[in-house]
Design a protein around this ligand. Sequence first.
Ligand code: P1T
Length: 387
Amino acid sequence: MIEDPGFDTLSIHAGQQPDPLHGAVMPGIVLSSTFAQPGPGEPIKYDYSRSGNPTRTSLEECLAALERGKYGLAFSSGCAAALAVIHTLAPGDHIVCCDDVYGGSYRLLTKIAVPFGIRVSFANLGIPQQLERELNSSTKLVWLETPTNPLLSLLDLRALTTVARSSGVRVLVDNTFASPVLQRPLELGADVVLHSTTKYLNGHSDVVGGALITNDSNLKERLSFLQNALGGVPSPFDCFLVLRGIKTLPLRVRHHSQIALDLAQRLEGHPQVRRVRYPGLPSHPNHDLQVRQMRAGGGMISFDVAGGLDSSRAFLKALRIFVLAESLGGVESLAELPALMTHASIPREERESRGITDELVRLSVGLEDIEDLWRDLEQALHAARGA
Ligand code: P1T
């Protein structure tokens, strides 16, 4: 590899060299669960595939390169990666989390971390000074997601990591929605980046996976131990699929962003639509931050369908190209209702106070023809009007 390659080059080559035995340009998938040792306790490099595997190493090196980190660790899901981070803490420690996060992260924090003796507070960190008020002497971790799921608010990573750093508190950034194409939190002061590789990184909706990336060697040692000890590791085949998906990540994410911006503009002018949330729209409250912090607005749009639950239900059922399904970041367009699907684990009162109403619809804009996507949205909005 040449010195200091660009992002697109890294997406295709990082962690992958032609196979030295046969010259195969695509490195093989090493499926073996165990590895022959020349003497007892003398592995050549790998001993057992939960502890380490060559295909996983390729993926981990590639992920680290894309996030501009030194170390990457791959997990069996985004939740498994999050669980490993929670296990770096001890009973009595305190986590401050932004108040709009993926429902599964909320569930892990409230139903797993809290019973384990960790205190968790949720705060609106849209104003970075608020973080100063939330920190106390037991705070060990700040958990951020930006853009947030599902409301697509942005958090100022540079400002928030500066506040946390001055108190010696680590910052985790869930970079799933932006992907490293649009935003690299380690460069903005974060200590660890989390991904659900299920989403944009794999990009084809056929893998569930997760990852952590860091520059901190102590944290990496602890997380590697937990990766092996907790056992939430991905299969070599899934590692291969994510590596393959990453080769087109930059192309996909740039195109997702272009289509999403166009659709968001059209939705904003539609009489059946209220409050379009898309960070690339000048009307978005954090649009200035998007321009500073992200290379484009991304592929996710949220909006309210006028008319309440009956209308949002009718809209989702009428869609013909957008598939009604959880998840995001694949080449195919998806739509969902966070209140009843991805964020159903958040109590209704809390959900509604954050703006996750029964009429809030979330779109993951795929890579189909834009005019087909628009025709689909228009006809479904028309169906919603009669509901
Ligand atoms: O599903 P899993 O790979 O375990 O990843 C969890 C996760 C973590 N972080 C964010 C920001 C996420 O969006 C997710 C998973 N989200 C969905 C399945 C969803 O539809 O929002």
